[in-house]
Design a protein around this ligand. Structure first.
Ligand code: ARG
Length: 294
């Protein structure tokens, strides 16, 4: 032990030592699921201008700045928007979209298309591209009854055009969500329970609730702490809704947006005392990592 240290401080080894120190600092910020350049946008949008202290009132959302969340994917089944997702890069030029497992119920991979670089689904945007799905992988612990581990990975059949400013990869955070942190959800889903979808990407801010609070609200037979997190306002008003599923719950940390969960379920949308429930990214991290880099 002591000898190693003595060798370490020898000036000849300074560059190596410096390397270790730099690696050590970098490791907290960068990982396989948060590669350099993820979670930022190329349209000059400053995430720090997003609301941090929330006012009342997807449901209750507002139009996102076009392409400010360039990892956002619209998942269409036979041409109809069904879910959201986030673009991730795997090893050896393989590309994936992180989404919800329940999106694939009763469907086959060939029915799906992933639209990237989109803002307004009703328009033919030159920034957008539509990519076929090679396979959809469901988390092995996904439970169709309880919705535990409601996460899936789609492998894209071809590489997206990352050179476009409107398309970038997302960062997946391995850190557990912090209660009280104000995070964001985006999606093209229903703008009210039983209402219409939105053509333009919607955005809301939402505070993450503590696991104890989520458990108290839903009960421990409904809210499973290992694989779920919940976020929203006790007074209701702002929430994700149908067809937002699979889309990211993201928080601004380390100068970028980090995905901490994916839209999973809720009781109604935006009802008081009924926050939205998200599949936890930290709960699924190992599986995600193994699959995109395997
Ligand atoms: N399960 C819904 C879907 O298929 C998502 C529901 C999210 N609901 C909510 N209240 N946050 O799109």
């Amino acid at each position: 032990m002591f000898r190693e240290f003595a060798i370490g401080v020898n000036t000849k080894n300074m560059p190596a030592l410096l390397c270790y120190v730099l690696l050590y600092f970098a490791s907290g910020v960068s990982s396989d699921l948060s590669p350099p350049g993820c979670g930022i946008n190329d349209v000059g949008f400053d995430y720090t201008t997003l609301p941090k202290v929330t006012r009342k009132r997807i449901v209750g959302g507002e139009n996102a700045t076009p392409h400010s969340f360039p990892w956002m994917a619209a998942l269409e089944n036979r041409g109809v928007l069904q879910c959201g997702g986030s673009l991730l890069k795997g090893s050896s030029d393989r590309w994936f979209v992180l989404t919800a497992a329940h999106c694939f119920r009763g469907t086959t991979a060939d029915e799906w298309k992933v639209r990237l670089g989109v803002h307004d689904l009703s328009k033919t945007e030159s920034s957008s591209e539509s990519i076929d799905v090679k396979t959809a992988m469901i988390h092995p612990q996904y439970n169709t009854q309880t919705l535990e581990y409601d996460i899936a990975l789609i492998e894209l059949s071809s590489a997206p055009q990352l050179s476009r400013p409107e398309i970038n990869i997302g960062c997946v955070s391995g850190d557990v969500a912090k209660a009280g942190e104000v995070c964001y959800v985006a999606g093209w889903g229903l703008t009210s329970s039983g209402g219409d979808q939105s053509d333009v990407l919607q955005l809301i801010e939402k505070p993450v609730l503590s696991q104890a609070q989520c458990r108290d609200i839903f009960g421990s037979n409904t809210f499973y702490e290992v694989s779920m997190i919940c976020a929203g306002f006790i007074e209701g008003g702002k929430d994700s809704c149908t067809s937002d599923s699979g889309g990211p719950l993201m928080c601004y940390r380390n100068n970028r947006m980090e995905i901490i969960g994916t839209v999973s379920w809720g009781i109604g949308c935006g009802e008081p005392n009924s926050p939205g429930v998200y599949a936890s990214a930290s709960g699924g991290k190992q599986w995600i990592e193994a699959n995109i880099n395997g």
